[in-house]
Design a protein around this ligand. Structure first.
Ligand code: ADP
Length: 643
């Protein structure tokens, strides 16, 4: 068979370069990655054999074998699992499918310090390629279950690899590393030593549900020349294969949990939190869930895989079991092992199953209550959680009605109270002023834009705290007017504003009544003249400095949300807003006087001033003018008259 030579895809080449030059200091983990791949391959074969009797694969002794050869300085990790076809080898081993990788590589390049690179690479499982940390040549021989011929892949990691079809190959995959020359100063990297292999497997892969066997060196060779006088030795099983989720808490160390997490998540850093759940009774199951310590790059991309693995009575059934976790908790990784499901269960069946739905609810609640505990017991850890996952968790405010208050309870928001630290709603409520009925917020593009918005003026003047919501998802969930602790969340840019103690409110009401009479004509006239753009012009109690601002009616859709709906292609009618005037501002009081004196005889001058007032208010909140060139013309004209 001819040998074909291929080039690695650009990103793959970059990543390999980094592996060869060993940016990651803990090289032992390459073995974890190979064993993890082998274990996945065995899982896949068992499933496929279960679903397809005609596969013709041998599933009688599924296992992983590790062989070393001190003379040749090779280490081989072998499995008799699913294997790969020729095309799969090219596709899976020659390219990097993960879309976040390019970004990761850029960041990695910028981190020149090894220490920083360690941290970064910890955020990315590089899997098979990590072999090149310890090997200067890697050969992979594989045969896909059900196929008759195999494929041999070889590379030194330097730009190209070769592929060859071979007539006979054992079922599954073997990866042979030709180890780099031994570093005499560094005995730790002696990967042909049985005790070293035993130690690494124990440390990283003990929980793997398939036997990981070490084949004694003499027995591994075909001819058995060396060590022939020794009694024949049996392969040694290195791992205990105990499912961690089925063991009691005090039998398992944190490190063991973390290694399981790394196996499931392909993340190289430890999880932020480990959650255990044992459900007894008619529907028995165990769950071991993890909250990662950082958000994956592709969390918001379409097709992001949820990381819950489903097992049935210790047998792996499927990855990415979306029926078990709501989408807004898609960052949670882990294992759920159910006792009473069929091994043949399909995704479609799971979606319908009532028990699974109950499990889904229970797991979601458990995650939320864990975050809640973290919030009170470990504020720093919670802060990390929120920074990484807050944005996605808030999606739950839209979709999980049942847990809405619980989600609000574990949420944090930027606030006018503190310019660095976000606040929880509980803390906000504790700081609420006498007579304050609502929890106030304002949405917008950035903290700066919101803080300087005219809507904030009265709140600032009265020292009333406002939450500053800048995530796009915030525009959407606030629309449902959620409540926390019996208090409604209220936008400062919506409805009427009534601040202060009962007494102050009464005073303000009397004053407003007087003003109202004074301005009634102007307001009526402006409402009429601006009726194409606004539904009402009224006096404001939220302004102290600006002449005017635009607000929405209490239950109306905000302009930002309107734009969002349009961007998604939804037809929605234009929602007219309300123009509010500040009677304390000389421009407004002047306009009132001018209107009273010459309202009927003025021609277009006052009308234009009214329009300008509206446009200025729109600009101040960061809105877009309907007719910018007209605005500029009117403005220039007026400025000219001031010269
Ligand atoms: P990851 O395991 O993170 O997906 P790898 O680079 O380690 O990334 O492997 C890429 C893919 O190659 C795997 O997802 C799997 O499909 C395939 N693969 C790797 N090792 C094996 C193996 N021993 N048997 C079968 N397929 C494998």
């Amino acid at each position: 068979m001819p040998t074909e030579t291929f080039e690695f895809q650009v990103e793959a080449r970059q990543l390999l370069q980094m592996m060869i030059h060993s940016i990651y200091s803990n090289k032992d983990v390459f073995l974890r990655e190979l064993v993890s791949n082998a274990s996945d391959a065995l899982d896949k074969l068992r499933l496929e054999a279960l679903r397809d009797d005609s596969l013709g694969a041998d599933v009688s002794d599924l296992h992983i074998a590790i062989e070393t050869d001190r003379q040749a300085r090779t280490l081989t990790v072998r499995d008799n699992g699913i294997g790969m076809s020729h095309d799969e080898v090219v596709q899976l081993i020659g390219t990097i499918a993960n879309s976040g990788t390019a970004k990761f590589l850029r960041e990695l390049k910028e981190a020149e310090e090894n220490a920083a690179a360690d941290g970064l690479i910890g955020q990315f499982g590089v899997g098979f390629y990590s072999s090149f940390m310890v090997a200067d040549e890697v050969t992979l021989l594989t045969r896909r279950a059900g196929e008759s011929r195999g494929t041999r892949w070889t590379s030194s990691g330097e730009g190209t690899y070769t592929i060859e079809t071979v007539d006979s190959a054992p079922q599954g995959t073997s990866v042979t590393l030709h180890l780099k020359p031994e570093d005499t100063d560094d005995q730790l990297h002696d990967y042909v030593s049985p005790w070293k292999i035993r130690e690494i497997v124990k440390r990283y892969s003990d929980f793997i549900t398939w036997p990981v066997r070490m084949v004694p060196e003499a027995a591994a060779g075909a001819d058995g020349e060396e060590g022939a006088d020794d009694a024949p030795r049996e392969p040694e099983t290195l791992n205990s294969m105990k499912a961690l989720w089925a063991r009691s808490r005090d039998e398992v160390t944190d490190d063991e949990y973390h290694e399981l997490y790394k196996h499931i998540s392909h993340d190289w850093s430890a999880p932020l939190e480990t959650i255990r759940l044992q459900a007894e009774g008619t529907f028995e199951y165990q769950a071991l869930l993890f909250i990662p310590s950082h958000a994956p790059q592709d969390l918001f991309m379409q097709g992001y895989q949820r990381g819950i693995q489903l097992y049935v009575k210790r047998v792996f059934i499927m990855d990415d079991c979306e029926a078990l976790m709501p989408p807004y908790l898609r960052f949670v990784k882990g294992v759920v092992d159910a006792q009473d499901l069929s091994l043949n269960v399909s995704r479609e069946i799971l979606q319908q199953d009532r028990q699974i739905q109950l499990m889904h609810r229970r797991l979601a609640k458990k995650v939320l209550s864990t975050v809640k505990d973290m919030m009170s017991a470990e504020p720093d850890r919670y802060a990390t959680f929120w920074r990484e996952f807050g944005r996605v968790l808030k999606e739950g405010l839209l979709s999980d009605f049942e847990n809405r208050e619980a989600i609000l309870g574990v949420s944090s928001f930027a606030t006018t109270h503190d310019k660095d630290e976000p606040t929880t709603l509980r803390q906000y409520v504790e700081r609420m002023k006498d007579g304050q009925e609502h929890i106030f917020y304002l949405t917008g593009e950035s903290r700066q834009a919101i803080e300087n918005s005219p809507h904030m003026e009265a709140f600032r003047a009265k020292g009333v705290e406002v939450l500053l919501l800048t995530d796009p998802v915030d525009e959407v969930w606030v629309e449902a007017e959620p409540e926390f602790d019996g208090k409604k969340l209220r936008s400062v840019a919506k409805g009427e504003v009534d601040l202060g103690t009962e007494e102050e409110k009464k005073e303000a009401a009397t004053e407003r009544e007087g003003r109202q009479q004074e301005y009634a004509d102007l307001l009526g006239w402006m409402t009429d003249r601006l009726s194409d753009t606004v539904k009402e012009v009224r006096l404001s109690s939220r302004l102290t400095v600006s002449p005017a601002c635009i607000v929405s009616d209490t239950h109306d859709v905000t302009p930002a949300l309107e734009n969002m709906y349009r961007a998604m292609g939804q037809e929605i009618p234009q929602v007219k807003r309300i123009l509010e005037l500040n009677p304390e501002h000389p421009l407004v009081s002047g306009l009132n006087r001018a209107h009273a004196e010459r309202g009927e005889t003025d021609g277009t001058g006052l009308q234009e001033t009214a329009e300008l007032l509206h446009d200025l208010a729109l600009l101040a909140e960061g809105g877009e003018l309907g007719d910018p060139s007209r605005f500029v013309r009117l403005m220039a004209d007026r400025l000219e008259r001031t010269l």
